[in-house]
Design a protein around this ligand. Structure first.
Ligand SMILES: *Cc1c(COP(=O)(O)O)cnc(C)c1O
Length: 416
């Protein structure tokens, strides 16, 4: 047994050759909903699948080790993970969250606030004075998300955690965009780390899942107990698949961010590109903090394309390797148009305040060869600049609003 295995070893090796029944090298999948009692009043390690399952534990233990926490609970989705943390609060507790946090998180927080289950304040975490003012109002939980979606804004985890702690609040950090391969919020002062394992941790776009890691053993135990009470634990098969994905987390994200860096540099040099948002660029406002608190700059970036709706449409229809889809963190490269996709529900005014323009495109960089990705982008940029001259601004906005209104007559769940 290696005393202090490196994170790469934990990720690749968790569960390998652990089968005592037949010596399977790849860990078996335990689908059973119930487990044999060893005798009268003698449950084994597992009794019922909602409370505990070997595949879920295997994944949870690996993720707790990677995040440097005391324990973890694997949940059925990233949203279930966030709600599990909210479930630890007293009724009416004050929750402080970033104004530009993930759409689904915002929807959950607002819905729970509307039911008076918590009190919500949204704040711009880059505005120190504003955040300090909010923190004087007895906060119970401060939620951090960094880098932010889709503008890759960086929050200083150590600084915000210290100020939250002084104010008496616990800190939960959503680490979905970087994974523990590139950022470990507990070491920077967070009490909980949350993931949508749907993204980089599984990495293959075939599981919806989540996890909460707690820094403190008593809080980890409380999470486990509450997850059993509410039944938000994830399925064994999803945990097994996510464990399989996690084995290759480090080489995946290393290669993906290497390509993302090259792509960000390329885009920044293109005349059709007005701005590139990638923390690895020295021009990015969060570059210095990212350099300090992250082990790398990640594989997500966004950029502003000149040329109005016509250029956006032409670009998204011209790319061949980038698939037009929401979500991120998989082995395949994706392109998303936040204004009409991931962030459509926010409405125009909220997007304007958050700085999400109609010309913004978000890229999730996959494992295709970087030369092919660059060639694909180059061709799509050429096509976009050959697109018909942009409509006048008013006409363009009117068309967009009409289309969105038409879409919204059909109920659609669009906070992803
Ligand atoms: C996707 C995502 C979530 C929600 O996770 P699901 O698995 O889709 O429920 C939460 N936070 C962030 C940052 C995400 O990207």
């Amino acid at each position: 047994m290696i005393d202090q295995p490196k994170p790469e070893t934990v990720a690749a090796g968790h569960g390998v050759a652990s089968d005592t029944a037949f010596g399977a090298v790849s860990p078996p999948l335990y689908l059973s909903s119930t487990f044999v009692f060893e005798g009268y009043e003698q449950p084994g390690r597992y009794d019922y699948g909602r409370a505990g399952n070997p595949n879920r534990d295997m994944l949870g233990e690996a993720l707790a080790a990677l995040e440097g926490g005391a324990g973890a609970v694997v949940t059925s989705s990233g949203m279930a993970a966030i709600d599990l943390v909210l479930g630890q609060l007293e009724g009416g507790a004050h929750v402080v969250a970033p104004h530009d946090c993930y759409g689904g998180t915002l929807r959950l927080l607002k819905a729970r606030a509307a039911k008076k289950q918590l009190r919500l304040t949204l704040a711009d975490f880059a505005d120190h004075a504003a955040l300090d003012a909010v923190l004087t109002d007895t906060p119970a939980l401060v939620l951090i998300e960094t880098p932010s979606n889709p503008l890759m804004r960086i929050v200083d985890i150590a600084d915000v955690s210290a100020r939250a702690r002084t104010a008496g609040a616990l800190v939960a950090a959503d680490n979905t965009f970087l994974s523990p391969a590139l950022q470990r919020p507990i070491a920077l002062g967070a009490d909980y780390v949350i993931h949508s394992t749907t993204k980089y941790l599984n990495g293959h776009s075939d599981v919806i899942g989540g996890v909460v890691v707690a820094a403190d053993p008593a809080r980890a135990e409380a999470l486990r107990a509450w997850a059993n009470v509410t039944g938000v634990t994830g399925s064994p098969f999803d945990a097994w698949l996510t464990s399989r994905g996690l084995r290759t987390l480090f080489p995946r994200i290393e290669r993906q961010q290497q390509s993302a860096g090259a792509i960000a540099t390329f885009l920044a040099e293109q005349p059709q590109v007005a701005a590139v948002h990638y923390p690895g660029l020295a021009t990015h406002p969060g570059h210095a903090i990212a350099l300090r608190q992250q082990g790398g700059f990640g594989a997500m970036l966004s950029f502003e394309l000149e040329g109005g709706v016509a250029a956006i449409k032409s670009f998204t229809e011209s790319v061949q390797l980038f698939t037009l889809a929401e979500s991120l963190g998989g082995i395949e490269s994706l392109v998303a148009h936040p204004a009409t996709m991931t962030h459509a529900d926010m409405g125009m005014e909220a997007r304007r305040i958050a700085g999400i323009s109609d010309q913004l495109l978000r890229l999730s960089i996959g494992l295709e060869h970087v030369d092919d990705l660059l060639a694909d982008l180059e061709r799509a940029l050429e096509a976009s600049s050959a697109a018909p001259a942009p409509l006048c601004r008013q006409e363009e906005l009117a068309r967009r609003e009409n289309r969105l209104r038409a879409q919204h007559t059909a109920p659609r769940d669009s906070a992803r």
